[in-house]
Structures are given as structure tokens and as C-alpha cells.
Design a protein around this ligand. Structure first.
Ligand SMILES: Cc1cc2nc3c(=O)[nH]c(=O)nc-3n(C[C@H](O)[C@H](O)[C@H](O)COP(=O)(O)OP(=O)(O)OC[C@H]3O[C@@H](n4cnc5c(N)ncnc54)[C@H](O)[C@@H]3O)c2cc1C
Length: 273
């Protein structure tokens, strides 16, 4: 009999893992068990921009390997006849900073991956600053993808079901409950909830909040440094961000954060006022 795999979690990682397992091992039985599904997973709130961030002390070789594999996968989808269904766009991305000295800074390894990555010199930065209410002195530019989870998650779920996958809507209280059940392998794709499910305290939340606005005239992404505000266009709206609050488990929108995101993004792109 074909082996039976349980995947816990139906976010971007759970669904990608489940579909990949089906594709790699034809005939494999795969069941996704999850408390929440799209549109109620973490990715549903995100713009889906390909750009490594929140990296802390992750080794460069790992960032390069993971980010280039992801980039290649997205590129393959973009070139396929499914590109329109999966929510992919190729967009220019400007990351600008008010800090000086950026031109001489060594660029991280992953910057070799995207198209047209280059450092913006102070002269170009001044020109870009004139589009905003900020005093940018440098930054970087590249062309990258958005792979929008609001489109990609339903696409993956449909693919999973067409491939014969099964879905159980339930919360897993403990991995012990799989003892004596008919699964050969259990894959934990619970994201930040691994902190609670398997007691992995090295997995910590970084709280992100965004606004979605109607601004169909925005066709490029503008990011303020690595940790500032950002503006990323999606197909149906534009995402304004954001927060990066380490250790914060709050999943409710905070009005003070909304105000700060709105003000910061209007400074970055005054037309949003
Ligand atoms: C505001 C914001 C913006 C972001 N922007 C970007 C971006 O532009 N680009 C980018 O690459 N990344 C971005 N990210 C990060 C990205 O969204 C996440 O890294 C990604 O969505 C995590 O996916 P996941 O599948 O690991 O986890 P999740 O989406 O959290 O999925 C976990 C799944 O496990 C299930 N689950 C958890 N515990 C249990 C349990 N005990 N029993 C059963 N099921 C359980 C949940 O119900 C859920 O289905 C952003 C994040 C935020 C918050």
C-alpha cells in the first residue's frame, strides 16, 4: 500500500509541502490537517514579495540557497501557462535609505539572485527622494516577483485535491494523537505555532500589520530600508506596511500601528494621501 503522509498546517509551507510530496512520489496518500485555511493563514495578509528579510544571524549560504530555490520556482511558474491563475507579477523594487555610506557597503550574497540588482548612488537617490517627502541618500534596486498568497493558496489547494489529497479541519493538540494512527510520516508545518505545538521556543513571532488600499496607479514597490515602511502593489490593491514586532503574539490590528503605517507610507509616496 502507498505510504500515508500527514501534513499539519495549510499555510504557504503546508500546502507547498503537500503538493510537492504528491508530485515527487506518485500514488502517495497525503492528508492536510489544519485549524485554519486561506483566507485565515499568515500569508493571506502578506504581499508575497520575494525579498529575504528579518534575517538576523541566519548564515549567508542558507539564505542564498533557500532564496534562489524559491526564486527559480517562482520564475518557472511565471513562465508557465498557469501564471495568470497563481497571482504572479514581476515588479521593480526600490529599497531606499536615509543613512549615508550605502554605496561602499558589501551587498549580501542573496542580492546575486534577482534581476537587475544594483546599488543606487547618492545622485540617483536624490532624484528618487524628490518623488517622496524623504531625504534618501542611497539604496538598492532590483526586479522581483510578488506571488500573492490570496491567489496562490487557493491554487495550491485545488491542485492538492485534484491530485487526490484529503483535508481535515481540526486543531492538533499534541503530536501524541498520531500514535496508533495510520500515518507513516507526519510533517509539522504549523509556522509560528510550532512554539506551542512542539514546545520549540526558538520559534518566535514577529508581528506584522499592513493596510490594503485602492491605488491602481502604483506599479513599483518602495521599501524604506530593511525595517521601515513599505509599499507593495498587488493585483487588486496595494499593501502598505508595516511592523516587525518581535515577540508580539497579538493578531488584532492596532489603530496606533495603522496610523503610523499610513503616515510613513504617505511620506514615502505622497500621492497616497
Ligand atoms: C504582515 C506580513 C507581511 C508579510 N509579507 C511577506 C512578503 O511580502 N513576502 C514573504 O515572503 N513573506 C512575508 N511575510 C511572511 C510570510 O507571510 C510567512 O512567513 C508565511 O506566511 C508563513 O507561512 P507558514 O505556512 O509557515 O505559516 P502559517 O501561514 O501561519 O500557517 C500555519 C498553518 O498551521 C496551522 N496550525 C497551526 N497550529 C496548528 C495546530 N495545532 N493544529 C492544526 N493546525 C495548526 C494554521 O491553522 C495554519 O493553517 C509576511 C508576514 C506578515 C505577518
Amino acid at each position: 500500500m502507498a505510504p500515508h503522509v500527514a501534513v499539519i498546517g495549510a499555510g504557504i509551507i503546508g500546502l507547498s509541502t503537500a503538493v510537492l510530496a504528491q508530485e515527487k512520489i506518485p500514488g502517495l496518500q497525503v492528508t492536510i490537517i489544519s485549524e485554519h485555511f486561506s483566507p485565515h493563514t499568515t500569508g493571506d495578509g502578506s504581499a508575497g514579495l520575494w525579498m529575504p528579510y528579518c534575517l538576523k544571524d541566519t548564515p549567508q549560504n542558507k539564505i542564498l540557497r533557500w532564496s534562489s530555490k524559491t526564486y527559480d520556482h517562482i520564475l518557472k511558474l511565471w513562465k508557465s501557462n498557469e501564471a495568470g491563475d497563481v497571482g504572479i507579477s514581476l515588479i521593480p523594487v526600490y529599497k531606499l535609505t536615509e543613512k549615508s555610506g550605502g554605496e561602499d557597503m558589501e551587498q549580501p550574497e542573496w542580492t546575486k539572485v534577482p534581476l537587475a540588482h544594483h546599488i543606487i548612488n547618492s545622485h540617483q537617490a536624490q532624484k528618487l527622494a524628490s518623488l517622496s517627502d524623504s531625504k534618501f541618500t542611497g539604496g538598492t534596486h532590483c526586479i522581483s516577483f510578488t506571488l500573492e498568497p490570496t491567489y496562490f493558496l487557493p491554487y495550491l489547494m485545488q491542485k492538492f485535491k485534484v491530485n487526490g489529497g484529503k483535508v481535515l479541519h481540526q486543531k492538533v493538540e499534541s503530536l501524541q494523537q498520531f500514535c496508533g494512527q495510520n500515518y507513516d510520516v507526519v510533517i509539522n508545518c504549523t509556522g509560528v505555532q510550532a512554539h506551542n505545538l512542539v514546545g520549540d521556543k526558538s520559534v518566535q513571532p514577529v508581528r506584522g500589520q499592513v493596510l490594503r488600499v485602492n491605488a491602481p496607479w502604483v506599479f513599483h514597490a518602495a521599501l524604506e530600508g530593511n525595517e521601515g515602511n513599505y509599499i507593495i502593489p498587488n493585483k487588486d490593491n496595494v499593501i502598505l506596511g508595516g511592523t516587525q514586532q518581535e515577540g508580539n503574539w497579538n493578531t488584532k490590528p492596532d489603530p496606533a500601528d495603522s496610523m503610523s503605517i499610513h503616515n510613513g507610507c504617505c511620506k514615502l509616496m505622497p500621492g497616497l494621501k
